[in-house]
Design a protein around this ligand. Structure first.
Ligand SMILES: [Zn+2]
Length: 198
């Protein structure tokens, strides 16, 4: 199938609770446990030529639970786990701040998304954001991107309720990360690869 997906499309992904189990804070590589099928699903996006950009709040740094170096060690484990399946994350943006600092990067703020958009010349209106929390879906909405909610953590139902109360729209609700990527893949094909007469 001819790949006609423009290079200004990206899939933003949250980390904790979306790619991996979220039991409070992930502060060591051992605590990073991926959900089933995550590397292969990301690999499918890689093969479609869609950039995958990780956007994660890591207030455990600002709270003093770990250092930025610890975070990089955890990211190295993630990179290694993905590499086994020839999958890769194209860029990582993280907010190290304590919520009290009221920074512009911590989701639902969108400074990290805007920075990525600038760096990779993205059209945010055709980008996707996959996450398990209200802050992810709110950030997606503020950025003008398509929010995809995965029901993979204890926070997911709160995001559904917020949607029902009109806080933000959700383009798709998926039971798992793999199903979220299935939907995005189908949506991309629909948008960019539908050939005439098909
Ligand atoms: Zn921040």
């Amino acid at each position: 199938m001819k790949n006609s997906i423009p290079r200004n499309v990206a899939v933003f992904v949250d980390r904790d609770g979306t790619l991996n189990e979220d039991h409070g804070y992930v502060t060591s590589p051992e605590q990073l446990v991926l959900f089933p099928g995550v590397p292969k699903a990301l690999g499918r996006l890689n093969q479609l030529g869609v950039r995958v950009i990780l956007v994660t709040n890591q207030s455990a740094i600002g709270r003093g639970f770990m250092t930025a170096q610890d975070f990089q060690g955890i990211q190295q484990k993630l990179t290694n786990l993905l590499l086994v399946h020839d999958a890769t994350i194209d860029a990582v943006f993280f907010c190290p701040h304590h919520p009290k600092e009221e920074c512009v990067c911590r989701k639902p703020n969108i400074a990290m998304i805007q920075q990525a958009a600038e760096q990779f010349t993205l059209d945010l209106s055709v980008c996707y954001f996959v996450g398990d929390k209200s802050s992810d879906l709110e950030a997606a909405h503020k950025a003008g991107s398509l929010g995809v909610l995965v029901m993979s953590s204890e926070y997911s139902t709160a995001a559904l309720r917020a949607r029902d109360h009109g806080k933000f729209p959700i383009a798709h609700v998926a039971e798992s990360f793999v199903q979220a990527i299935d939907w995005i893949e189908g949506d991309l094909v629909e948008r960019y690869q539908r050939s005439p007469g098909k």
